[in-house]
Design a protein around this ligand. Structure first.
Ligand code: AQP
Length: 344
């Protein structure tokens, strides 16, 4: 087994409004990880177009996600920030992986089933093959660690299966090319952090998502204080007061979600939150949560607005990041082509 230098890769789709789930489940962790690791953070626009995107909106949202990274504290001098379509190796490696992954593997992906719904025949081929592109995103850099929310666990397992099958199928060519017995690392999901699964404010059994039809299901990073307070006030709950221990949240998904959001924003445990609010009705807890959410999110939203006023600066950050990303991915793709037997 070859040793690989630790490298973190993760991405966010510019397909909707950046929301609290993206922020707590991904972006705040990106900021933490760059303190200890080399990190590559990608605005995955090729993933976004697996469902229809208005061209002008796609451009706007690509800049918005980039501004979200920068506003939260991702440092473009240290970490690499870029948009996926500027580095052609992602699409190229994804094609190879289309030929490595098996139909049966992709047929088991629950996210495709959820997103395609009953209209499977009308879903894009790209939506079905999405996990192969995700594997390519990670493995084009031989990244070893991938911070993601819980919803991406199955896709990460597929990335590992693809890496493993490539290593096995081409074992002899890999050895002959001087790469030992392992060309790709098996990337590890890093699931955890303050809020690995933030749920919808309207339905505690569904994750908070940018594609939810109701804007009241999520808190957008660009929401102003009034919108945040209104959405939390209208969040679905039950008539019971908050319990004094975690076990009391077991059959109460909406209450558990709001307590989880409070804990993540305050950097407390859920136990601490319940110790502070045991016996409190939601008419007390919700305003406290709204104040906390506004205090935590408003500065980032303000900084995002400032950054978005200068799109040329954002575009230059993405171009610079893409050049650095290409320098890493190009030799990996050249090796892949040689290993497969392509003449170059
Ligand atoms: N609700 C969530 N809780 C915790 N983490 C979340 N993430 C997304 N939603 C939550 C994490 O954010 C990162 C980027 O996700 P994405 O936007 O690229 O894709 P997604 O997971 O499919 O998010 P959405 O909002 O559901 O997008 P749509 O609706 O457009 O498909 C990932 O690390 C993800 O885990």
């Amino acid at each position: 087994m070859t040793d690989f230098d630790p490298l973190v890769f993760s991405g966010i789709k510019p397909s909707g409004n950046l929301h609290l789930g993206n922020y707590l489940g991904a972006i705040t962790r990106f900021v933490e990880m760059q303190k200890t690791h080399n990190c590559i953070y990608c605005v995955v626009d090729l993933h976004a177009v697996t469902t229809w995107q208005e061209p002008a909106e796609l451009t706007r949202r690509t800049r918005e996600v980039t501004a979200g990274f920068l506003a939260a504290g991702v440092d473009p001098e240290h970490s690499i920030i870029f948009n996926q379509s500027q580095v052609h190796q992602h699409a190229e490696l994804a094609w190879m992986f289309n030929c490595v992954a098996r139909m049966g593997w992709l047929n088991r992906m629950t996210q495709f089933k959820e997103k395609a719904g009953k209209d499977r025949e009308n879903a894009s081929v790209g939506l079905f093959a999405y996990p192969n592109l995700m594997a390519a995103d990670i493995l084009a850099y031989k990244a070893t660690h991938v911070p993601v929310g819980e919803d991406q666990k199955q896709h990460l397992e597929l990335s590992r299966d693809i890496a493993q099958k490539f290593n096995n199928d081409f074992g002899e060519a890999i050895a002959a090319s001087g790469h030992g017995d392992t060309f790709f690392p098996l990337p590890e999901p890093l699931i955890g952090g303050p809020a690995p699964r933030v749920m919808s404010l309207r339905d505690g059994s569904r994750k908070m998502s940018s594609s939810d039809a109701s804007d009241y299901a999520r808190i957008n990073l660009t929401d102003d204080a009034d919108a945040i307070a209104r959405k939390i006030r209208k969040a679905k709950t039950d008539p019971e007061p908050l319990p004094d221990e975690i076990g009391g949240l077991a059959e109460r998904p909406e209450a558990a979600n709001l307590v989880g959001i409070y804990a993540a924003l305050a950097d407390h445990t859920k136990e601490q939150v319940l110790a502070d609010f045991a016996g409190a009705p939601f008419s007390t807890f919700k305003p406290a949560l709204a104040d906390l959410a506004v205090a935590k999110i408003a500065p980032a939203a303000e900084e995002m607005r400032r950054l978005l006023d200068d799109p040329m600066h954002i575009d230059s950050v993405l171009r610079g990041g893409a050049a650095r990303a290409s320098e890493i991915a190009a030799p990996v793709l050249n090796d892949v082509k040689r290993i497969i037997g392509f003449i170059s």
